[in-house]
Design a protein around this ligand. Structure first.
Ligand SMILES: Nc1ncnc2c1ncn2[C@@H]1O[C@H](COP(=O)(O)OP(=O)(O)OP(=O)(O)O)[C@@H](O)[C@H]1O
Ligand SMILES: [Mg+2]
Length: 232
């Protein structure tokens, strides 16, 4: 099978701060990969490099046959400004933009799709609400709705379940399973190791560099996890 992304990052710096050194791996279509590692280890940096938000200082991230709209990226929630004056329906409309030709005005069919997506993520009746009035869990449901609207081949989720209650996590997990069953590629940063073991066949352990990559059971060994904890 041909690769979806060839990652050959030698180094990524923010000014004087080195976030990531050697990180080489190949991602294939339909892979389901968890990115695991300590705080400050470079996981979010790797996700942004995969999403194409910027290029590595040294090295390359080669996306094969992936247009920007084929990649849905959900940022870590600490990076999301929820005071921005947006309504729930605006956020879903942003996800639909490839279908609306880049304009946020929706036709009747897209409007129906928007309401259907809100229903699927458990936000029926919330379309006109301001995002500043949503709880943390409702906001995450909304961002999953935006990912769904985008209909992307590659879905990047940075700590999607952190700080979310168990019933909501269960709902969001079943959406991720559906996306994967539809043939999409899923990459998620997670701190819950037992969830990773249950749900993700592949794992990347990242602590300044790629400590290990491959089948989850071979990556998340006590030795590797100890090495990662001391590598930041
Ligand atoms: N925009 C930025 N400017 C400067 N330094 C940054 C920036 N973003 C990240 N860093 C630094 O790069 C390193 C890696 O950060 P990153 O956010 O990728 O880690 P992380 O593994 O996602 O951590 P966490 O688990 O806390 O989310 C850290 O030392 C961080 O302080
Ligand atoms: Mg992070």
């Amino acid at each position: 099978m041909s690769a979806l992304i060839n990652v050959a990052i030698n180094d990524h710096h923010y000014g004087a701060i080195q976030a990531l050194t050697s990180c080489h791996l190949t991602i294939y279509p339909k892979d389901m990969i968890a990115i695991v590692g300590p705080n400050g280890g470079g996981k979010s940096t790797l996700m942004k490099l995969l999403a194409g938000l910027f290029d590595p200082t040294q090295g390359s991230v080669r996306r094969q046959n992936l247009r920007p709209q084929d990649i849905a990226y959900l940022a870590q929630r600490t990076e999301i400004d929820r005071t921005f004056p947006l309504k729930v329906e605006d956020v879903i409309a942003m996800g639909l933009w490839p279908k609306t030709g880049g304009c946020y005005r929706l036709g009747p069919q897209e409007r129906e799709e928007l309401l259907d997506i809100l229903d699927k993520v458990g936000l029926k009746g919330f379309a006109k609400r301001s995002i500043s009035q949503l709880s943390g869990g409702q906001l995450q449901r909304l961002f999953f709705g935006r990912v769904m609207a985008q209909d992307a081949k590659l879905i990047l989720l940075d700590e999607p379940f952190t700080g979310i209650d168990q019933p909501t996590v269960n709902d969001l997990i079943s959406l991720v399973h559906q996306w994967h069953a539809q043939g999409r590629t899923i990459i998620a940063v997670l701190h819950d190791i037992s969830l990773v073991r249950k749900m993700f066949p592949l794992a990347a352990l990242v602590a300044r560099s790629l400590i290990a990559y491959g089948q989850t059971e071979h990556v998340l060994t006590p030795e590797n996890l100890t090495m990662a904890a001391f590598n930041v």
